[in-house]
Write a protein that binds this ligand. Structure first.
Ligand SMILES: [Zn+2]
Length: 211
């Protein structure tokens, strides 16, 4: 779990780290190591992991060319990637990362209560949520709509924020022999402590790790 920031830093980062450790303990299905030390992004270190998670990262993280190829090779050779919230506000100048996370952040026009539509109720990362759910969030839009390149799991009900249009909020894709998941929610600590969000993250870990 990488929470390094080179741009905006979310107040929810400590809660995000606590919640992932709690989920590891309560499910017993995985262990998590959270770090902001980018030197951990090496072939040797990643060799001990099934999934890498970029949670609330931001900006142009100072990764070397070798570290970039290690990350891409890690996922494409059959491991998992999870990006959360500002993971799409990260590494704009590295197109392979953009493909991995699925889109780049454009704007956050709505910070309010909104309704999220569950498009795929059978996927492990979006099952058990019902048809839709409502929460207070900072809802993202993206530079390009990823629909068509990814499998959309959640979208914003645009009418619930007084708008129109198609705004995917969570998606999955194959990445070589690996699996990539992204969820745009997670701005507030309250989102991380929300059981509905935790349920998605647990499902995402199961799915990206190929279980
Ligand atoms: Zn945010």
């Amino acid at each position: 779990m990488v929470t390094t920031t080179a741009g905006f830093r979310h107040d929810s980062i400590p809660t995000a780290r606590q919640v992932m450790n709690s989920l590891a303990a309560s499910t017993g299905e995985f262990t998590v190591n959270a770090t902001e030390d980018l030197s951990a992004l090496s072939a040797e270190t990643l060799g001990g992991y099934d999934v890498i998670m970029f949670a609330l990262t931001s900006g142009e993280l100072p990764l070397s060319a070798q570290q970039k190829s290690v990350l891409i090779d890690f996922v494409s050779s059959g491991h998992g990637f999870i990006g959360v919230h500002s993971a799409t506000d990260t590494l704009y100048e590295w197109p392979d990362y953009g493909r991995l996370v699925g889109a780049y952040f454009k704007d956050h026009p709505w910070t309010q209560q909104g309704t999220v539509v569950v498009e795929d109720a059978s996927h492990p990362a979006s099952a058990g949520l019902g048809d839709r759910f409502s929460l207070l969030e900072e809802f993202y839009t993206f530079q390009e709509n990823p629909r068509g390149r990814v499998q959309v799991l959640l979208r914003l009900d645009a009418a619930s924020v007084g708008s129109t249009g198609d705004y995917p909020l969570a998606w999955v894709q194959a990445f070589g022999a690996g699996r990539a998941y992204y969820n745009a929610l997670g701005h507030f600590s309250e989102t991380w402590t929300d059981p509905r969000f935790q349920h998605q993250l647990t499902g995402a870990i199961r799915w990206t790790s190929g279980r």
